[in-house]
Design a protein around this ligand. Structure first.
Ligand SMILES: [Zn+2]
Length: 158
C-alpha cells in the first residue's frame, strides 16, 4: 500500500507517475512518485510542458476511481464500483456529465463528472496483454477501459 506523495494528503497512492524534468531527465532517482487520483491529475496539469512531463507508469484499480471506455472516437466516463478479490475483474458504472465553463462542442469539450448510482454498469476483465477489456469480448477489438481518468467526448464530425 502506497500513500499519496502530495503534502498532507493521507489518501492511498493509486497512480504512479514518472516525472521527468529538465535538466535531470532520466537521471533523477526520485522521479517515481505515487499519488491519489486527484493529486496525480493536479501534478500532471501543473507541470510546465516545456520543462518536463509526467507519465503514468502504474495504476492500481480502486473503488471510486474514474475510468473511460471508448467506442471509435467517442469516449464515456465511468466510476469503478466493485473489484474482485483477485483484482482481475471490475465493475464500472456510467457517470453523469455536464458541460463545464468554457465548453464548446467543436473546440473545447470540457465536462464535470458526477457518479450516478442509477447508471448502467459494465464488467471488465484484465487480459494477459495487461489491458482491461469488456467481459465476453476479445482482447483484440473488444471494448477497452482506461483507468484513472474520466472523459466524455463526442466526435464533432459525426
Ligand atoms: Zn493525494
Amino acid at each position: 500500500m502506497h500513500t499519496c506523495s502530495h503534502t498532507d494528503c493521507k489518501l492511498p497512492g493509486v497512480i504512479k507517475l514518472e516525472i521527468l524534468q529538465k535538466p535531470l531527465w532520466e537521471k533523477d532517482e526520485d522521479r517515481f512518485k505515487w499519488f491519489c487520483e486527484a493529486h496525480a491529475e493536479q501534478t500532471e496539469a501543473g507541470l510546465d510542458k516545456a520543462e518536463g512531463y509526467a507519465k503514468r507508469v502504474e495504476i492500481i484499480p480502486a473503488v471510486g476511481m474514474g475510468a473511460t471506455a471508448g467506442y471509435g472516437s467517442d469516449s464515456y466516463p465511468y466510476t469503478v464500483i466493485k473489484i474482485s478479490a483477485n483484482g482481475k475483474t471490475l465493475v464500472v458504472q456510467a457517470d453523469n456529465h455536464k458541460p463545464a465553463p468554457g465548453f464548446d462542442y467543436y473546440s473545447n469539450q470540457v465536462y464535470t463528472y458526477t457518479p450516478n448510482p442509477e447508471g448502467e454498469t459494465k464488467t471488465f476483465t484484465l487480459r494477459d496483454n495487461g489491458r482491461w477489456v469488456l467481459k465476453g469480448e476479445s482482447k483484440k477489438g473488444g471494448l477497452r477501459l482506461g483507468l484513472g481518468h474520466r472523459r466524455y467526448y463526442q466526435d464533432p464530425s459525426f
